[in-house]
Design a binder for this molecule. Structure first.
Ligand SMILES: [Zn+2]
Length: 345
């Protein structure tokens, strides 16, 4: 049997004739695009890859180091000072520029999703991108998303869809999340809490984000918090240990940390990554309108390259204030989160 040909993805923006200069390797590249990397992707859509910054329409800087990256950035800045020069894009801005057009595309889900992405999350994400969710009886399917969960008839459904829709593109859960993540970018006005949850999955261990979302869905939280335009900090109670709580915060230089009641670093930061408590704090406050999701994303993006702090005056201060509030000595009103606010994450 012939292998099904992958569906050619139309892009939202027309790249024909545009010139791209690339410097620095990409840290991530979505397999969904079906090509090896960003150069192949733009070439396939009629754009040209150029070796130098002058004359380029776009300068794309990958997250990883690469020869000439700094010089390219400087050259672009010099040109821009004269009112010309390319648009400079980081990895995520580039992925957004080359995002596929999903309007009207038909998605079929087979198999359950991981905890945190379940309930109506995936369907809501698809609809927000202008695409439609079709049922198992559909005869026309553009994307078949195969979740890791067991479901009766899942293998039969996969076989039937592949046979009746030879153009169908099959995605696993991770590819699906990566595809949806490039549809919305942090600069967009509609970059909301759902988009934040989606993007956080690429900045820390996705399982931690799922655990955080799951915690918010399970019960309501009283988040004692302090949000400023430059940082956010707060107290997140443990759901497993009755009296345990954590003080966590993150700020604009990517500094972050989470500490238990004895000021010991939270064990959930293994690998130097943001823990679920910080995920709960950021998503909880963003959903309540007390934190700009774009700020939270920007801080988490910078934090992804840094290690959590092992000592912190901010953490100690939050713990002191929380104890004083519990004792009725200071007035600190918590933000209450509602589980139904997170069903679509
Ligand atoms: Zn933590």
């Amino acid at each position: 049997m012939k292998k099904p040909k992958p569906l050619a993805l139309d892009l939202q923006e027309d790249l024909a004739g545009k010139k791209f200069a690339f410097f620095g390797a990409f840290a991530r590249w979505p397999a969904t695009f079906g090509v090896k990397g960003p150069r192949e992707h733009v070439t396939r859509h009629g754009a040209r890859v150029v070796p130098r910054v002058p004359g380029a329409d776009y300068l794309v800087l990958g997250d990883k180091p690469g020869p000439g990256k700094k010089a390219a950035r400087d050259a672009a800045a010099r040109l821009q000072a004269k009112g010309k020069g390319p648009r400079v894009l980081d990895e995520r801005e580039f992925l957004h520029l080359v995002r596929p057009r999903l309007e009207g595309r038909r998605f079929l889900f087979a198999g359950g999703f991981s905890r945190g992405l379940d309930v109506d999350g995936p369907a809501a994400m698809v609809e927000a991108a202008g695409a439609v969710v079709v049922g198992p009886e559909a005869t026309e399917v553009d994307f078949l998303v195969v979740g890791p969960g067991r479901q009766k008839g899942k293998a039969d459904l996969e076989r039937r869809v592949q046979a009746t829709c030879p153009e169908v593109r099959v995605l696993d859960e991770e590819q699906f999340v990566a595809l949806l993540a490039c549809v919305r970018r942090p600069q967009d006005a509609q970059f909301d809490v759902r988009a934040l949850a989606l993007h956080l999955r690429s900045l820390t261990d996705p399982k931690k984000v799922e655990r955080g979302v799951q915690m918010l869905k399970q019960q309501s939280f009283h988040l004692y918090s302090e949000a400023t335009p430059r940082s956010v900090g707060g107290i997140v109670k443990s759901q497993t240990l009755e009296d345990a709580f954590y003080a966590c915060w993150i700020g604009d230089a990517g500094r972050f940390g989470c500490f238990d009641a004895g000021l010991q670093p939270c064990m959930g930061q293994g690998g130097g990554e943001i823990c679920k408590h910080l995920v709960v704090l950021m998503l909880g406050l963003a959903a309540a309108g007390q934190l700009d999701p774009r700020h939270a994303f920007e801080w988490a993006r910078i934090a992804a390259d840094q290690w959590p702090l092992d000592k912190s005056p901010e953490g100690a201060e939050l713990l002191l204030r929380y104890r004083a509030a519990q004792a009725g000595e200071v007035d600190w009103r918590p933000t209450e989160t509602l589980p139904e606010d997170y069903y679509a994450l």
